[in-house]
Design a protein. Structure first.
Length: 278
């Protein structure tokens, strides 16, 4: 499959392709910005365009509220999905019925590894099960055989632009084609009458192992109860998400050292390994 690029023949890089179109939003500002621009360029979306949100059960409550607010304010239907066992391995939920204590995540760990190991930076099976395959199963249940997969990668992260490895879909990168930067996204939300109200680094799964040690430490400081869920899972499985330290070790380090460690970049790894996106 090839990457779909704007040829300049369409009126806008946000104009929908002629095929079935999947528009998956993560619950973050960038994908919501992309949704707004596509709505702005196309008006009411046709039935062949489906907007979906795959809930892992570990998003911040503010993220769930933000997704619902986008739907309400912009008058667009967003289908909420969750991974579930047994087959068909997905279910449709809503803002009110969505899991909030990691239930889909726990089911993916059990189904894939029988609790033998946890997803990590090398084996990201949680992304596949909770997002990619869950959405794919839903679309196939709707009778879709092929589609365009809309990916919210900006021009300032163009190194992440890659073709699809699945024969069912091609990737479409409207933000990259429109030369959108992180500043453009930030400026949009500064002018908006609503926004995603979470601390920096708290997006997607709250304790995602793709976040830096410094971000995980900040989450321990601000949301210790939420981070304990991750450390308890490591203890239960006798496994770890990060190769260097367990989440409990990071939490204990924060409790011993206090804010001092956040003022010195040498204490914790600052490097992010990316985010859980399709």
């Amino acid at each position: 499959m090839t990457v779909h690029f704007w040829s300049g023949l369409m009126a806008s890089p946000y104009e929908l392709p002629d095929e079935n179109v999947l528009l998956s939003i993560s619950g973050g500002r960038t994908s919501a910005y992309m949704l707004h621009k596509i709505l702005e360029a196309n008006g009411d979306l046709p039935d062949r365009c489906k907007v979906v949100f795959a809930n892992t059960g570990r998003e911040m409550p503010e993220t769930l509220d933000f997704v619902q607010e986008c739907s309400d304010r912009w008058n667009v239907k967003i289908t909420w999905l969750e991974y579930i066992l047994p087959k068909p391995k997905f279910k449709i939920v809503s803002h009110n019925s969505a899991s909030r204590n990691g239930e889909p995540f726990l089911q993916s760990v059990t189904s894939v590894t029988k609790d033998r190991y946890l997803p990590n930076q090398v084996q990201r099976y949680c992304t596949q099960q909770l997002k990619v395959l869950t959405i794919k199963r839903f679309l196939v249940s709707q009778g879709w055989k092929r589609w365009m997969n809309t990916v919210g990668i900006r021009a300032d992260e163009a190194h992440r632009v890659k073709p699809s490895k699945d024969k069912r879909w091609q990737n479409w990168f409207p933000l990259n084609e429109a030369i959108v930067s992180v500043k453009d996204v930030g400026d949009f939300w500064k002018k908006s009458n609503f926004d995603l109200r979470i601390m920096k680094g708290a997006g997607n799964c709250d304790g995602c192992f793709l976040k830096s040690e410094a971000t995980i430490a900040a989450m321990w400081r601000e949301h210790p109860d939420r981070m304990k869920w991750w450390s308890d899972l490591e203890a239960k499985t006798n496994a770890r998400f990060h190769k260097n330290r367990t989440y409990a070790e990071i939490g204990n380090f924060v409790s011993r050292q206090g804010d001092f460690i956040f003022n010195d970049e040498a204490f914790l790894c600052q490097k992010d390994f990316g985010e859980c996106v399709i």
